[in-house]
Design a protein around this ligand. Structure first.
Ligand code: C2E
Ligand code: MG
Ligand code: MG
Ligand code: MG
Length: 288
């Protein structure tokens, strides 16, 4: 009897797996169509100077709303794109749109763009990124590429070559989600990252969890010595922001400072900010 029950649950399990696979394939097909129709949009989340709260740049985050599936988060469709060979086309579409959008920002604002781990084992990635910079006439010194430790891990030599080709043309390199993957200090030494982003899992508990606070402190000390800029990810409250400033962190990102917004809203935000600083300048001049 028990055996039969076991078989039954195995059958249910198999059914669920088949159902999940079918769904993945449906999403893949919808994604393929959306990519070729250019329907994936870049959204932009501010990265701020923690001392002023003002944006210094924006991270591009992919957004997709399908007519049938509704809004599909990148945590779902990016892995499918990687697995089903769509990531290159998706990157091309998105980076192109992002560079065009970022040309309307003040020149000092950088654009930060995520590359998938699978793209760091593909020598074609350099050509793809460089051709888009050239085609959109985007200043490479304003571009930052975010990579993760997972991406560097599987073929460090290839990743290193891609990174050094980016650096040769002035692109900055940022290590994303630091502290969650296979962190290796040797990697920090060998890759010469310009920037490091402390993962949200440390930031979200920095006020109440002493070990996390100590880890954040240690990362800041390490990066200070290595001359790497630090961004704390996932800041959701003023208290967290203040704590990070107190610990000596200079850069931040999170819902407290701004959620990801589309290209038009981002330009509108930047225009409001520049009008506000014009007003400040006028006030300063008036008092002089
Ligand atoms: P990520 O690169 O670490 O991006 C940060 C994620 O944290 C984003 O999620 C962002 O919306 C979210 N976030 C920002 N501030 C807060 C906060 O205060 N609280 C919380 N709870 N979350 C916050 P999103 O947009 O869902 O993206 C998830 C991941 O998908 C990204 O993590 C990145 O790994 C990947 N991804 C997104 N867009 C792209 C893309 O264009 N290409 C590639 N290859 N990966 C992408
Ligand atoms: Mg990122
Ligand atoms: Mg991140
Ligand atoms: Mg993260």
């Amino acid at each position: 009897h028990a055996k039969r029950q076991g078989c039954g649950s195995l059958l249910i399990h198999t059914c669920q797996m088949e159902e999940a696979m079918r769904r993945r394939t449906q999403i893949e097909q919808a994604l393929r169509r959306a990519v070729s129709a250019g329907e994936i949009e870049p959204f932009f989340q501010p990265i701020v100077d923690l001392r002023t709260g003002e944006p210094i740049g924006f991270e591009c985050l992919a957004r997709w709303t399908d007519p049938d599936f509704g809004s599909v988060p990148p945590s779902v469709f990016i892995p499918i794109a990687e697995e089903r060979g769509l990531i290159e086309l998706l990157t091309q579409l998105l980076l192109e749109k992002a560079c065009i959008a970022a040309r309307d920002w003040p020149r000092r604002m950088f654009l930060s763009f995520n590359l998938s781990p699978t793209q760091l084992v593909d020598p074609e990635t350099t050509r793809l990124v460089l051709s888009i910079i050239v085609a959109t006439r985007f200043d490479p010194r304003r571009l930052e590429i975010e990579i993760t430790e997972t991406g560097v891990m599987s073929d460090p030599a290839c990743a290193k070559q891609i990174v050094s080709q980016f650096r040769d043309v002035g692109i900055h390199i940022s290590l994303d989600d630091f502290g969650t993957g296979q962190s290796s200090l040797g990697r920090l030494r060998d890759f010469h990252f310009d920037k490091l982003k402390i993962d949200r899992s440390f930031v979200s508990v920095v006020l109440e969890d002493r070990p996390s606070e100590h880890i954040v402190k240690a990362i800041l000390a390490l990066c200070d010595g290595l001359d790497i800029d630090v961004i704390a990810e996932g800041i959701e409250s003023r208290e967290q922001a203040e704590k990070l400033v107190e610990l000596g962190c200079q850069g931040g990102q999170g819902y407290y400072f701004g959620t990801p917004a589309d290209a038009a809203s981002t330009v509108a935000l930047l225009q409001r900010l520049s009008r506000r600083s014009d007003l400040k300048d006028d006030a300063r001049e008036a008092t002089l």
